[in-house]
Design a protein around this ligand. Structure first.
Ligand code: UDP
Length: 237
């Protein structure tokens, strides 16, 4: 039995605690929500529980499909135990359909299918607003090795394939999402979370947004959207 010890870090959406096992951390998901690099703040009632469960669900699916990741076990409605990673300071974005910043940057209407999957990297640095970078910047800053980035790209595309296929049956379009990776005992593992906070999910039929864009853009029904995602993952339509 893993024991929860003192808090070591509090982020925007999670609190992280030490445990009596030096390889493991205890993560508590919060209801707090932020957007636009922390400029917009709010609370989404029940989000901690929903994201804890949604993220655990995706990480279990991905482990089964051969994507090594940090998830160990759920501990309560809002808590889970994960392997401690030395986080690689690169956010990886995968896109299937134009939305958000890509739609704006390339002048595409939101919802335009992309002819090829897009991988983007951002430097994980709040002060700089997570600027977009490429493999050369990553090498120049020493954020990861070439070999690690090759593995990360391959894993990110695999996550996309597994999740798209899985969500198709649930009537959910996977528009885009953000991943983070880290090193655990020298191995690259998928970390962080996979939830409506980090993915764009649209209902396949109605194209209704079932993700954090409801909070970012004040569309209402935010909690309902997160609840709907968990319900569909658990098989209750
Ligand atoms: N994303 C994220 N954290 C970030 C930035 C983006 O989880 O700090 C996710 C976002 O939810 C979306 C995808 O990555 O699913 C692409 O986001 P985009 O670059 O369009 O940024 P945004 O529209 O959020 O500014």
């Amino acid at each position: 039995m893993v024991q929860k010890l003192e808090m070591i870090y509090e982020g925007k959406a999670k609190k992280v605690y030490k445990t009596d096992n030096p390889d493991l951390a205890w993560v508590e998901y919060k209801d707090d929500a932020t957007a636009f690099n922390g400029l917009k703040k709010g609370t989404i009632m029940g989000k901690g529980e929903l994201n804890n469960k949604i993220s655990a669900h995706f990480f279990e699916l991905l482990a089964q499909k051969g994507v090594p990741n940090h998830f160990v076990e759920l501990k309560s409605d809002t808590e889970q135990v994960v392997k401690i990673l030395q986080i690689i300071m690169v956010e990886v974005i995968v896109r299937n359909i134009a939305a958000g910043s890509l739609a704006k940057r390339l002048g595409l209407e939101e919802g335009t299918p992309l002819k090829h999957t897009v991988l983007e990297y951002c430097y994980k640095n709040d002060e700089l607003g997570d600027p977009m970078i490429n493999d050369y910047h990553i090498a120049a800053l020493g954020l990861a090795t070439k070999e690690q980035m090759a593995q990360i790209a391959e894993m990110a595309l695999k996550v996309n394939e597994v999740m798209r296929e899985y969500l198709k049956d649930k009537n959910i379009d996977l528009i885009d999402f953000k991943l983070e990776f880290g090193l655990h005992r020298g191995k690259v593992l998928l970390g962080d979370e996979i939830s409506p906070d980090t993915c764009r999910f649209w209902d396949t039929e109605t194209k209704k947004k079932l993700d954090k864009d409801r909070f970012r853009r004040d569309l209402g029904d935010v909690e309902d959207a997160y609840r709907e995602i968990l319900k569909r993952l658990q098989g209750g339509e």
